[in-house]
Design a protein around this ligand. Sequence first.
Ligand SMILES: [Zn+2]
Length: 253
Amino acid sequence: MTCTELSLDSVRSGGFARFPLGADPGAPWALLSLRPLGSMRFLHDRPNPLREDFFRDRGIDPGRVLAVELVHSRTVLFPKGPAELRGIRADGLIVEPGPWVPTVTVADCMPIWIRHAPSGAYGILHSGWQGTGILAAAVRGLEERFGARPSEIDAFLGPAIGPCCYRVPEDRARGFRAEFGPEAARLEDGAWRLDLGAANLGIARSLGLRSVTRISGCTSCDGDLGSFRREGPELFTRMVAAAVCGLPGRDAA
Ligand SMILES: [Zn+2]
């Protein structure tokens, strides 16, 4: 498995970050809104004009955007369009090449973009501590639906809360290590800390993915990123993470 690290600065462009999910010209693009653009929260029954503006400003019709309410699960859906997602809760969306723009929101949890280049399938996952393992569920889904081999799949781990800031109770850390290995949590400066990046890298390695690209940055340390821990439960800024085929607004700042 090849592993590449990108700095957030190298992929940011004004109020958002973007990078291609592959080196080929047909690769879909990853988008991540940053904190200054405001909260991109999605609820089925409450429109969020900030979200709609974010997509319109990128040249993306909000009617193409797919979203579900998040529940920190390992459930990945493979929708054919928005109609079947009404009222649905899950934490991952994967689509075939086409107009749809799968999204999740994050604020300390890790956004993970995934792509199976041979079929063109691409998607986005929401992976916090409770949902860690959703990457493996997504790979299984790609195997079942597209006959994908793990060695054909690329994953992109977005910025999340780092071990510098992610102190957790000992029992949670020990449970995390038991499931994801010793790298996934460690005792440092007298506190147990989770490392979502290391946990997901370990999962990707054990699955045998073709490549993993990590976008560095700690959401709690970097004031330009939304963070539940730093901003607090009332005020935190949900960033939207999206994957889009063709990016008409890609040259727009
Ligand atoms: Zn930090």
